[in-house]
Write a protein that binds this ligand. Sequence first.
Ligand code: ASP
Length: 460
Amino acid sequence: MTLTGEHARQYANTLKGNTYMNKIVVKFGGSSLASASQIRKAVDIIRADPDRRYVVCSAPGKRSGDDIKVTDLLYACYDKAAAGDDFAPVLEQIRVRFAQIVEELGVSFDVDGEIEVMRAHLQAKPDRDYMASRGEYLNSKIIAAYLGFPFVDAADYVTFYADGAYNAQETTHKLSAALADKDYAVVPGFYGALPNGDIHTFSRGGSDLTGSIVALAVGASLYENWTDVSGMLAADPRLVDDPHTIEHITYKELRELSYMGASVLHEDAVFPVRTAGIPINIRNTNAPADVGTMIVPTIPDDIKKRVVTGVAGKKGFSSIQIEKSMMNAQSGFLVRVLDIIAAHGVPFEHCPTGIDTISVIVETEAFRNRREAILREIHERLHPDMVILENGLAMIAVVGQGMVSYKGVAAKIFGAVADAGINIRMIDQGSSELNIIIGVEEADYEKAIRSIYKAVEKLM
Ligand code: ASP
């Protein structure tokens, strides 16, 4: 089945039993809104379907390879102000970006007035998150004016706890109420506010999360995430020639792949919509006829099942291998190892075990500063026979819900890696059999990805 926009909607409506028909949340990323001509494309997409009612905007991104994202300019501007340096030239660059957009769109909007508010803020007491948020804030106000939609400021509804954690319950409650009487609205992505009213942002790329939050709040039938690629690819195109576009992927598979480095969507963006089962459709603003990728709770029955969905990976891992004879006879050994590592605030990624050995895989970056202390404690508290530390590992995940009922995927993967002359340093199969993860030396990473992809391509 080929998935058109109409199919996607029908499918979404089946999922929701038609309860939430006709409400689509659209989120446009920075490259989709980088200039007036890109904004026009986005607006054409919005106007092409009256169900596209709630629009979440990013700040203007790069117009070309060597351009600078407005958010990066805003951070640079803040850095200058915070250091007591002259921030005026960077602020002027930001003003010019927005002035150009406003002029080319022919919309009436007081860019200079907004820039003066920012200047006064920077002179008084610069705040990093406040500055970072102004890209989404201004872009959304301009786009709302151009579309003739009401502007709904995320600062009034998207709420964080005082420690910066996202407050889902309060946000959904407030945002649902605010949007209930609005058929259309533009909401800036990326930020909200702390209980004291100060602006607080999500991590970079966080407008994807706002889109998901708005979709949940309005009970959308579909969350369309418009970007500059025609969906999610089954592997990194910098490493693999012409990888498949994934037409359907489950939330769980996406989570595994994005955690392992596939970066089409913010890695937390599925959480808000997941509870409500709202599908996300990744689409391309520059090729709106392309069907993109549907991210769904489960793969619908009329769609061809595939065994493997995608391959992703990243470098920068370390392994702490602990050996102790009769380890298997000591209860709680593994717990104590993990306890020591956790007490130092280092999350562990994988933990393959043997009879008398345990390996704990951690991100080198998170581990680096705690390394000596952790190793000392392991020696003092657990008296191991040997501890071997190894850096420079890369992890590769082969992800696919279909692997659970298919024989021989692991054999294909390991065979391909061996044929390529690569030594596998670690193997871990997730308990859900949703993924097979292998560790290789960083130097072998690219070659391993290519050979694995080739080996499983026919199963996609
Ligand atoms: N503008 C922000 C960033 O560059 C957030 C986003 O675009 O999602 O990270």
